[in-house]
Design a protein around this ligand. Structure first.
Ligand SMILES: C=CC1=C(C)c2cc3[nH]c(cc4nc(cc5[nH]c(cc1n2)c(C)c5CCC(=O)O)C(CCC(=O)O)=C4C)c(C)c3C=C
Ligand SMILES: [Fe+2]
Ligand SMILES: [Fe+2]
Length: 359
């Protein structure tokens, strides 16, 4: 019996009332479910010219990614970049493409993270649904948000899978959610996951992944680089907290590992265009270390939750070659957390925390 006159609500009363408040099955009113949408950056549908061009066009037209005035940028984008870059990037993607599933590793891993999270969380008695999307390319945020809503999710937790906040990544996911919501008559309630660059579970998972990888190879590097995707210096100067978040993640990792600043160093990779980006640059650092006589290094990518073009081709491939061409002897890339148990522990931990009160 529910005591409606009671001045405080006990958990038992709350549970009893929830039974009464179950969705009533009216065909127009599907509701009562909670959705979780994992979102990563994006991916082309194929490595040939047109899929690459479509992907790069969507990505590089985003004002959060390229902040130059459209009047200045569009002639360069349409006149030069979209004519040359699709071929160059397509070749790079070909080297890492998942041929079996005909998709990029980022898509394979993000889907697997979503599947494994669903397994770990269960379906909450039919009340919880886990899904995934890409900010650029497919499956789009818009399509998956709509699908969750149509399946009866009236509360949706959107998880931009970036540990460190940047306007070029986290904010652009949130922008896209807002744009999709603008077109909805009946909007679900939305929560977005904040950056988790200083989360204990995340930082210790990274540290353990380093220790396990090195132990498995029986390899002791002279130093390890924590290589983060860069952003233009100008974004940092305008107040983007990304650089500070990267520094904090690394400082905390050093603490967990008991390593010095010299043993775990920060670098920034993947610059694009003529501007100055955050420094020190990963490729230049790797080259200089080899020239200075360092023989053994490892590189990790703490800012990427899934291995992708930027980690597999640019670091495991290119950076390794640069190191060895300049006199280095042993180079190893430490894989991202991906869908490993450690990686899933982080995703599950953050999702459970942010769902607080919803399930
Ligand atoms: C000015 C351009 C770019 C900014 C700013 C930028 C920031 C940024 N990107 C990531 C994560 C990823 N980027 C990836 C690929 C990629 N990034 C850019 C440009 C900028 N990124 C380009 C042009 C590309 C495409 C590839 C290429 O043509 O070289 C990826 C990999 C996607 C994949 O499918 O593998 C990720 C992930 C972060 C975290 C970030 C800022 C913090
Ligand atoms: Fe990028
Ligand atoms: Fe790159």
């Amino acid at each position: 019996m529910i005591d409606y006159a009671a001045t405080t609500v006990s958990p038992e009363q709350e549970r009893e009332f929830q039974k009464l408040a179950l969705p009533d099955g009216h065909p127009q009113v599907k509701s009562g479910k909670v959705g979780v949408l994992l979102v990563n950056l994006g991916t082309p549908d194929g490595t040939s010219f047109w899929p690459m061009r479509r992907y790069l066009r969507e990505f590089l037209s985003d004002k959060r990614v390229i902040e130059w005035s459209r009047l200045f940028w569009y002639p360069i984008l349409y006149g030069i970049v979209l004519n040359t870059r699709p071929k160059k990037s397509g070749k790079a993607y070909e080297e890492i493409w998942n041929k079996e599933l005909n998709e990029s590793p980022l898509r394979t891993i993000t889907r697997s993270q979503s599947d494994k999270l669903a397994e770990r969380m269960g379906n909450g008695g039919g009340r919880l649904q886990i899904d995934w999307a890409m900010r650029y390319g497919n499956p789009s945020i818009r399509s998956r948000l709509e699908a969750l809503k149509n399946d009866g999710c009236d509360r949706i937790l959107v998880f931009p899978l970036y540990p460190q906040y940047s306007a070029a990544t986290t904010a652009t996911v949130n922008d896209e959610i807002c744009r999709a919501m603008l077109e909805m008559r009946w909007q679900p309630a939305i929560r977005t996951v904040p950056p988790y660059h200083d989360d204990l579970v995340y930082v210790t998972a990274l540290a353990k992944s380093v220790e396990r990888h090195l132990a498995a190879l029986d390899f002791e590097p002279e130093l390890v680089l924590a290589s983060y995707h860069g952003i233009p210096q100008s974004y940092f100067k305008k107040g983007d907290p990304y650089h500070c978040h990267c520094m904090k993640t690394t400082r905390l990792m050093r603490d967990v590992l008991g390593w010095s600043k010299e043993k775990l160093r920060v670098t920034f990779q993947s610059r694009f265009g003529p501007e100055e980006w955050l420094q020190p640059y990963t490729d230049k650092t790797v080259e200089q270390l080899a020239k200075d006589g360092v023989k053994r290094i490892a590189v990790m990518n703490p800012g990427f939750v899934a291995d992708c073009l930027e980690t597999l081709e640019e670091i495991a491939g290119e950076a390794g070659e640069i190191f060895e061409e300049n006199g280095g002897e042993h180079f190893t890339h430490i894989p991202c957390l991906n869908d490993s148990d450690l990686g899933m522990d982080v995703i599950e931990h953050v999702v459970r925390r942010e769902l607080g009160g919803w399930i």
